[in-house]
Design a protein around this ligand. Structure first.
Ligand SMILES: *[C@@H]1O[C@H](CO)[C@@H](O)[C@H](O)[C@H]1NC(C)=O
Length: 153
């Protein structure tokens, strides 16, 4: 039994990880929670600053959602929320979607992977243009950067 546990621990995902970055190019602070099986502490991202975490796999939820609002208690008061979601498995999968409204409507949101072979996600007007979800995939060691209030796509 003990052997089995040790063996499983040794076989835990060895994939190389990159960073998930949220870059705040807006003129006001944004508020971010990293949510997997549990909800992380609120992070305040000042204008011109970044939030960065190492991409990781969550045993329970699988994926991680970086939930972003423009109000301080936004996660808990039903404010419009942008979700920058990723799952680190055989690939790094990433997606962008809003719930309860579009907090960045009227500005540009861009998800830019560090590898040129992977696909950007760009919301020119701060809202999703496609009806269907646009989940993209990149290699596990890529960095993915979401820029809020980007200059252009
Ligand atoms: C934020 O991240 C972007 C993209 O990775 C990088 O180019 C920029 O220098 C970072 N800015 C700060 C303030 O660390």
């Amino acid at each position: 039994m003990h052997f089995t546990t040790t063996l499983l621990a040794t076989l835990a995902p060895l994939a190389l990880a990159g960073n998930a970055i949220v870059q705040n190019a807006c003129t006001d602070p944004v508020y971010l929670w990293s949510v997997g099986a549990s909800v992380g502490e609120r992070q305040t991202v000042e204008p011109g600053a970044n939030y960065t975490e190492t991409t990781h796999y969550d045993d329970v939820s699988g994926g991680i959602a970086l939930k972003i609002t423009r109000t301080e208690n936004g996660l808990y008061d039903g404010s419009p929320q942008t979700n920058f979601q990723y799952a680190l498995t055989d690939h790094l999968y990433y997606d962008l979607f809003d719930v309860y409204g579009d907090p960045f409507s009227g500005s540009t949101l861009v998800v830019h992977p560090s590898l040129d072979t992977c696909t950007n996600i760009c919301w020119g007007g701060g809202v999703r243009a496609l009806v269907t979800s646009q989940t993209e995939a990149c290699s596990t060691d890529a960095d993915i950067t979401l820029t809020l209030c980007a200059e252009s796509c």
